[in-house]
Design a protein around this ligand. Structure first.
Ligand SMILES: [Zn+2]
Length: 427
């Protein structure tokens, strides 16, 4: 059904060449996700894959949108709508760029896949996961995967003079941990010294008072600051250029702000607490959920062990509700094909920006692609502003995104990267 709707309705009108070209093989996966394969003329070049997702988080016009959140209305140079920067800009940008290229008779040398998932916002267990299964069954391996996850940050990093394109080379892991206490029931007129609520509340307090250890220098955030050192204003420039000396100082500053704190450690957030049945009955059971975002230098197992040590109370049962380890760190050195091609494409378009590796603190569909490639990058050239009520993208930025993918497809046709310090003979 979806296939019929998609082919016959707006998509076919918007991207007629993509859906009719003999160069493109298109299929629907799990009823709602879309997979495209454009074979290259040189099968010895390993294909790559671009990802985006078509689902969005909810939006309600009553929250005060200037234009209805599902209207896509253009007002004063901006396109308004839920998903305009998460992640319709990539969905449309990729298809638009492909449409332009096919219209011009473009035939790639290096083949590529495009995967558009339909359930990224709820973990991609149906869309991305099944696209990966399908590609695995076909024996596909990928040179690299490019998904959403980071952006061009302008004025977001304190003290940084120029905008920076942060290409996320890993993403944090996640653990949802359940803490529970069971005690004997009784009447509130003859209470024991501690109730299940009291025991659990102390455990939760200990977790909040003792954040997990700082891990700055054990993940790519250190490379990020070293890449950017010369772009900071004085005196930060001096601090960043001498991380061997100022690392501990920088960390102390970073952990004061929630956004930079998330880069230097596994974060702990107590998100649910349920207990008690009646105002005069001793609570027989109390439970709390803790949501942890795991720094790339730690694992789910290590984090669970640290929670046990911090809670340090055998009456509190600690169970892993669900979780996964941080993703491996993708390559970003001079020989890293995907990283360098994305970087070159960006610097050709925006000579004023700097490019640095980074960490994605949220999770994306791309984590499902781990078995198909060792290099996963999370980045779209969206100029980062905000993502809430009045989500919107400037028409100019949308055009830049189309242009970026248009250039990226063509840049990927190169066989190998230019040697460092030598002529760009193959690009
Ligand atoms: Zn997203």
């Amino acid at each position: 059904l979806t296939s019929t709707v998609l082919r016959s309705a707006s998509t076919l009108i918007a991207f007629p060449t993509v859906f009719s070209s003999s160069r493109v093989r298109y299929e629907v996966v799990s009823n709602y996700s879309h997979l495209f394969w454009v074979p290259g003329s040189d099968p010895s070049l390993e294909p790559y894959m671009l990802l985006a997702h078509i689902d969005v988080v909810p939006a309600f016009e009553a929250d005060g949108w200037d234009a209805p959140p599902f209207s896509g209305r253009e007002v004063d140079g901006f396109i308004y709508g839920r998903g305009t920067i998460d992640n319709k800009q990539s969905v449309m940008g990729i298809l638009q760029a492909l449409e332009f290229l096919l219209e011009r008779g473009y035939a790639p040398r290096r083949g590529f896949y495009i995967g558009l998932g339909h359930d990224e916002e709820i973990n991609g267990h149906f869309g991305a996961a099944n696209i990966v299964k399908l590609l695995q069954s076909r024996g596909v391996s990928l040179a690299f995967v490019l998904d959403e996850g980071s952006a061009i940050l302008d004025g977001v990093i304190h003290g940084l003079e120029s905008p920076v394109a942060m290409i996320a080379v890993t993403e944090k892991g996640m653990a949802s941990v359940k803490l529970s206490v069971t005690t004997l029931p009784g009447h509130s007129s003859m209470p024991p010294a501690e109730t299940s609520i009291g025991i659990l509340a102390s455990a939760v307090t200990r977790l909040e008072k003792n954040p997990l250890p700082l891990l700055f220098g054990h993940g790519p955030e250190r490379d990020m600051f070293e890449h950017l050192a010369h772009k900071f204003e004085f005196p930060l420039k001096f601090v960043m250029s001498n991380l061997w000396l100022f690392g501990p100082l920088l960390v102390r500053v970073m952990q004061r702000r929630p956004d930079s704190n998330a880069l230097v450690r596994t974060t702990t957030a107590v998100t649910k607490f349920n207990a008690g049945v009646k105002i005069n009955v001793m609570p027989p059971y109390a439970e709390a959920f803790v949501n942890l975002r795991i720094h790339p230098a730690q694992t789910v197992e290590e984090v669970l062990e640290l929670i046990r040590l911090t809670v340090n109370d055998e009456r509190v049962k600690i169970e892993l509700d669900r979780g996964f380890d941080p993703l491996p760190v993708s390559s970003f050195d001079d020989k890293s094909f995907g990283y360098q091609i994305v970087k070159k494409t960006l610097l050709d378009m925006f000579p004023q920006i700097s490019v640095a590796p980074g960490v994605c603190v949220g999770n994306t569909d791309s984590r499902h692609y781990n078995s198909l490639t060792k290099d996963i990058y999370r980045f779209t050239p969206t100029w980062f502003k905000f993502h809430g009520v009045n989500e919107r993208i400037s028409m100019r930025n949308y055009e830049e995104i189309v242009h970026f993918y248009f250039q990226l497809f063509q840049n990927c046709d190169t066989r190998k990267l230019p040697e460092s310090h030598s002529a760009q003979h193959d690009l």
